[in-house]
Design a protein around this ligand. Structure first.
Ligand code: SF4
Length: 328
């Protein structure tokens, strides 16, 4: 018999109340618990390149000329000026007073560590910035970065967000990532040794030859490695990318929304309950850049479909998590 809510005949939801009624552990709820208030990310741009663009490897197959930057980033401004500009708009929209400085586009550790430190500390000078999120690649973590991360993680909230994308080497080859899955697992394990530091990963679903085993393996690795948060993306086609060429040649077909939602639900069911979900699906930052699939143009459409599927199937994040490898 399911438990009952005190004083009512309503059955208790089988997932934690701290998830705020959602069937997955959203990162907004995780932040609420951690900071005791709503916090919003301020997307900042300081990096202008990455190891792929600066070498013969070339761009990742899905990457546009902006290096995955949001439309609002203003790299020509100092960190302080970017924060001041974005904060004003955020405060008007959300009435919030807590922010995380999110160093997002390109590869933020693809620079001298002392230069990165200067930018990170500039962000922390703002009293309303409650922490840092540093976006980078698994193969771009210099030795000198670790003492800095250890120091900062004692002072404030710090999350390193890695573009892992897949734990499968053939998928990483297709994406032209220029690193393999072993480098990702090694990077996550090294970062997890830094006390207090959080690790986030980006994963892409909808890769060629991807089946349920690959989704389950992604959930397994995320659990096993102790990843703190995850952003899930559908592989979508943007203009002027190598993926657009493959798509137009008929060598790549993006997932339909229904199938993408099914894979996300499968992942969530096998993910552990503490994994915070930062994103359920990608949306093209610049709508005019989107080639396919059309459903990617609408931010809420995939979110509503995934949440609807979780509800219709009466399932939730971690329902099938066993604490062990979910794949055989
Ligand atoms: S996704 Fe990141 S690593 Fe790949 S080409 Fe774009 S900026 Fe570089």
């Amino acid at each position: 018999m399911p438990a009952k809510n005190a004083g009512t005949t309503e059955p208790m939801p089988p997932f934690p109340e701290s998830w705020g009624g959602r069937r997955y552990h959203s990162i907004s709820q995780a932040y609420q618990q951690r900071f005791g208030q709503k916090v919003h990310k301020l997307a900042l741009s300081v990096s202008q390149s990455c190891p792929n663009r600066s070498s013969e490897i070339g761009v990742c197959v899905f990457c546009d000329e902006w290096g995955s930057a949001g439309i609002y980033v203003r790299p020509e401004l100092s960190v302080a000026a970017q924060i001041a500009a974005y904060k004003a708009g955020m405060k008007e929209r959300f009435r919030t007073q807590g922010f995380l400085a999110y160093f997002q586009p390109y590869t933020n550790s693809f620079t001298r560590t002392q230069d990165l430190e200067r930018q990170l500390r500039a962000a922390l000078e703002d009293s309303e910035v409650l922490g840092l999120i540093i976006g980078t690649r698994p193969d771009c973590l210099n030795k000198s970065l670790f003492p800095l991360l250890a120091e900062l993680a004692q002072e404030t909230y710090v999350c390193v967000e890695l573009g892992v994308q897949s734990f499968e080497d053939p998928a990483l080859d297709f994406l032209n990532r220029g690193h393999d899955a072993a480098q990702s697992t090694e990077a996550i394990l090294r970062l997890k040794e830094v006390p207090g530091l959080e690790v986030g990963v980006h994963l892409i679903f909808g890769l060629p030859h991807e089946g349920d085993q690959e989704i389950l393996f992604a959930a397994h690795e995320t659990n096993r490695l102790g990843v703190n948060n995850v952003k899930l993306h559908n592989l979508h086609v943007l203009k002027n990318t190598p993926l657009e060429t493959l798509y137009r040649q008929g060598d790549f077909t993006p997932l339909e929304l229904e199938e993408y939602a099914r894979r996300v639900v499968l992942f969530l069911e096998h993910a552990n309950p503490t994994l915070a979900v930062g994103r359920l699906a990608a949306k093209a930052s610049r709508e005019e850049e989107l080639v396919a699939p059309a459903w990617t143009a609408q931010k809420m459409l995939p979110i509503n479909r995934i949440e609807g599927m979780l509800k219709a199937q009466n399932t939730w994040q971690s329902r099938l998590w066993t604490g062990e490898a979910p794949w055989t």
